[in-house]
Ligand binder design. Structure first.
Ligand SMILES: NC(=O)c1ccc[n+]([C@@H]2O[C@H](COP(=O)([O-])OP(=O)(O)OC[C@H]3O[C@@H](n4cnc5c(N)ncnc54)[C@H](O)[C@@H]3O)[C@@H](O)[C@H]2O)c1
Length: 450
């Protein structure tokens, strides 16, 4: 069966579950794991992981809501520097829990197994190192590090302390990505030498122009502690709430969005490595509000054996697909949807040059060509789609995987090395953009070089 050809734009627009008219489609609804069965003993050991959450802003609250779906863990305390976020954290968990501004009080508690870290990126290193020193296992939000040195220090501490560490790029636990990894490993895509991904949003919210709550003040926010490990400056709520825009605390679109694409690509391909080279370009054209980072960033990466082409555009709503271009099939992940569309790899007579041939030699050529090339059976007969069920929450799966590893002491899906590799690739993208040079990784000095 000859399949209709599909352009890249069709893929991006349609994603999985909707493919070009006329194509035969085999659609599969994926089955999520049962969260209660995530413990080593199938949920019957009776052990409940007691965890505390440090940072209960946007993501900290999301994590607490997701953790409520995981019956193998219980939140026993939270910490946050902002009073209103402390209340939001309690509401997200849905019950009275002790809360404090000083997270060290939580780390001192002997009844705490694990720590979820959802503070801004410049604080990851300090909080993770303190948690590891206190003997806790750690789930740390993505991107793992604010800079290369922070990531290396965290890897060293986690390994020396023999702690379980999960980096918080939840796509790595997503059932759609797991299916994509299985298909990639099977070789059904043929040779894959190019992967493209983007994360595009076209709204102030997508560009982190978050509202400043009316009660934000030096009384309700511990600004001094927020600034720890960052240059001193007077109280500035814009920096506190929109920290992603500023190089003192965040890494712009690379640290916020590339990291999801890169972690997803690492997960699907099994490439757990730092890119040899990265080259970025981009611009700041729309959100000129005093931020340090561009609102358009495009980067070409050299990974072992594969070129990765990413961009983030905060001026266009083109979604977040990742496209794997194989010699036998193209695979697209778009949200919780996956599609695999076979290439028509059957041999064909050269057609273009024949436009300039006279009828008789043309017919002779075609007759001889077809006699020499009997049509082979198609390798992939139909478009396949895989979809996660409505309401599927990969963050709950990611947390469940972390809790399970705490009990079994087996590896998590996204350990400190994996998380560090994805974060370093983000730092390479920014290094290249700001230094206007190709950013290489120097394995000897463990630094990015121009
Ligand atoms: N995995 C994802 O999809 C995802 C989504 C959003 C954010 N994130 C990550 O989560 C982290 C937090 O992001 P956010 O959007 O929630 O930011 P946020 O600004 O909404 O919340 C951060 C909170 O951390 C608190 N905080 C800062 N320093 C602290 C300290 N030393 N002790 C206690 N609390 C402290 C702040 O008061 C604030 O309430 C970041 O690393 C971010 O990149 C991940």
């Amino acid at each position: 069966m000859k399949l209709p050809s599909m352009t890249r734009r069709d893929f991006v627009r349609l994603g999985a579950g909707a493919v070009a008219a006329g194509a035969a489609v085999k659609a599969t609804l994926l089955e999520p794991p049962v969260l209660a069965a995530q413990t080593a003993t199938g949920g019957t050991s009776g052990r409940t992981i007691r965890f505390v959450s440090i940072g209960t802003g946007i993501r900290g609250c999301d994590l607490l809501r997701a953790a409520r779906q995981v019956p193998t863990g219980v939140c026993v305390g939270t910490a946050d520097l902002y009073d209103m976020h402390q209340q939001a954290g309690k509401e997200a968990w849905g019950g009275e829990i002790p809360t404090t501004r000083d997270y060290r009080a939580l780390l001192d508690r002997k009844d705490v197994d694990a720590v979820i870290v959802a503070v801004p990126d410049h604080q990851h290193r300090r909080v993770v190192l303190d948690a590891v020193a206190a003997g806790k296992d750690v789930y740390c939000e993505k991107p793992m590090s604010h800079n290369v040195a922070d990531g290396l220090a965290m890897v060293e501490a986690v390994e020396a302390g023999k702690r379980i560490f999960q980096a918080g790029s939840q796509r790595v636990s997503n059932i759609v990505y797991k299916k994509a990894a299985e298909i990639y490993a099977s070789g059904r895509l043929g040779e894959v030498h190019l992967i493209e991904g983007h994360s595009d949003r076209n709204s102030p919210s997508g560009a982190w122009v978050y509202p400043i709550p009316p009660d934000a003040s030096p009384q309700t926010i511990d600004w001094v502690t927020f600034l720890r490990d960052a240059p001193p400056r007077p109280f500035d709520p814009v920096r506190f709430f929109r920290w992603r825009c500023f190089a003192d605390y965040g890494e712009g679109v690379a640290g916020d969005l590339y990291v999801h694409l890169l972690s997803g690509i690492q997960c699907v391909t099994g490439i757990n490595a730092i890119p040899n080279r990265a080259y970025s370009t981009g611009s700041l054209t729309h959100f000129k509000d005093g931020r340090d980072y561009p609102d358009l960033l495009a980067t070409l990466y050299d990974y072992p054996g594969v070129t990765v082409n990413l961009h983030c555009n905060q001026n266009n709503e083109a979604g977040e697909p990742i496209i794997f271009y194989g010699s036998e099939a193209t695979m697209v992940i778009n949200g919780n949807n996956l599609s695999i569309t076979p290439q028509d790899t059957s041999p064909k007579p050269e057609g273009y040059a024949l436009d300039g041939w006279a009828a008789a030699p043309k017919q002779l050529y075609l007759d001889e060509w077809h006699a020499a090339h009997p049509a082979p059976a198609p390798k992939l007969a139909e478009v396949e789609t895989y979809t996660a069920p409505q309401g599927y929450n990969d963050t709950a799966d990611h947390i469940a995987n972390f809790f399970r590893a705490i009990e079994t002491r087996e590896h998590v899906v996204e350990d400190e090395v994996f998380g560090n590799h994805a974060a370093i690739a983000c730092h390479q993208a920014n290094y290249s953009y700001f230094h206007r040079t190709v950013a290489t990784w120097d394995a000897g000095t463990k630094t990015i070089k121009g």
